[in-house]
Design a protein around this ligand. Structure first.
Ligand SMILES: NC(=O)c1ccc[n+]([C@@H]2O[C@H](COP(=O)([O-])OP(=O)(O)OC[C@H]3O[C@@H](n4cnc5c(N)ncnc54)[C@H](O)[C@@H]3O)[C@@H](O)[C@H]2O)c1
Length: 285
């Protein structure tokens, strides 16, 4: 996509972190922006802040775990603006398994984390893409995975993010094989200074309590908090994502050197059919 002014972007998870900065970037490019998030107050704050700058934005409280909610979001966006050109399936949550192995992690983590991180992306594609194709204008889908989606781990987070990579690569091929005017990118960040470490705030109450905190999980959380606090700024990541849409770049890796080195090691290990090495970050992915 080369032209952005006057076009329409939809961002899920737009009330915080990378999503909020994406919304700001699209507004700065004179786009109309639809903000979707499960958290009402931060969403209203984001909407008010952007409107105060004169932006044309629409904010809708949306739970990406719920297909009907995403269908309603699409309906509202197409009704108001006629078309959608950029869809960022960005909403995501970390888990609550505190680094437990898969056989000890609560299955409810899969209901929630896999539901938001993967099913939310899938629902987004199914709700928006058919109408974007029918409107026959240039457009771009951005799905947010993670470096955890390329490195191996057994958390619901890691498994969900691997699925997003797979889905998005297939989506890119389908768009181009069918000669649509759409393209796709997958974003795999390393550590970014956002509120993701406090994702628990959005865990559905009906799933009951996850595992009780332990000294190990508290320590894990503290390590993660430090890594994120010293991570990239979400506005830098938003800029990289915008550049990728403009340049039609599929892989977007806003990731630290040591994580990219671990990825290189993993890919080499796979190609040489060697057994997995235990990377430094395996416990937190
Ligand atoms: N921060 C990092 O280091 C990092 C690294 C890799 C990938 N990511 C990914 O980046 C994306 C954005 O996360 P972030 O880091 O900005 O975190 P964040 O917590 O600051 O923002 C995530 C947003 O998603 C919203 N959200 C959560 N559950 C939702 C639901 N069910 N429906 C709708 N909205 C929901 C939250 O309310 C929040 O506003 C996520 O997909 C995350 O997995 C982040």
């Amino acid at each position: 996509m080369k032209e952005f002014a006057g076009k329409v972007a939809v961002v899920t998870g737009a009330a915080s972190g990378i999503g909020l900065e994406l919304a700001r970037k699209f507004v700065a490019e004179n786009m109309n922006v639809v903000l979707a998030d499960i958290e009402r107050e931060p969403l209203e704050k984001a909407e008010a802040g952007l409107k105060a700058q004169g932006a044309n934005v629409l904010a809708l409280q949306t739970n990406v775990l719920d297909e009907q909610d995403i269908n309603r979001l699409a309906e509202a966006a197409f009704n108001k603006y006629g078309n959608v050109h950029v869809l960022c399936n960005n909403a995501g949550v970390g888990g609550t398994s505190g680094g437990l192995p898969i056989w000890e992690s609560p299955l409810t983590d899969f209901d929630w984390v896999f539901g938001v991180n993967f099913m939310g992306v899938l629902y987004g594609i199914r709700a928006f893409v058919p109408r974007m194709i029918a409107n026959n204008e240039e457009g771009h889908i951005v799905n947010t995975s993670s470096m955890a989606g390329l490195l191996s781990g057994t958390s619901a987070y890691s498994v969900s993010k691997h699925s997003v990579v797979c889905l998005t690569e297939g989506l890119y091929k389908d768009f181009h094989a069918r000669k649509t005017k759409l393209s796709a990118s997958v974003v795999c960040p390393g550590f970014v200074n956002t509120n993701i470490v406090d994702s628990y705030r959005n865990r559905p109450k009906e799933l009951g309590e996850p595992i009780p905190p332990s000294p190990e999980s508290d320590q894990q959380l503290a390590i993660m908090r430090n890594l994120l606090n010293s991570g990239f700024s979400p506005s830098d990541v938003a800029q990289q994502i915008f550049d990728a849409i403009r340049d039609d770049q599929f892989w977007v890796f806003p990731a630290q050197e040591q994580i990219l080195a671990a990825l290189k090691e993993r890919l080499t290990t796979i190609l040489e059919q060697r057994n997995p090495v235990v990377p430094k970050y395996s416990q937190i992915l």
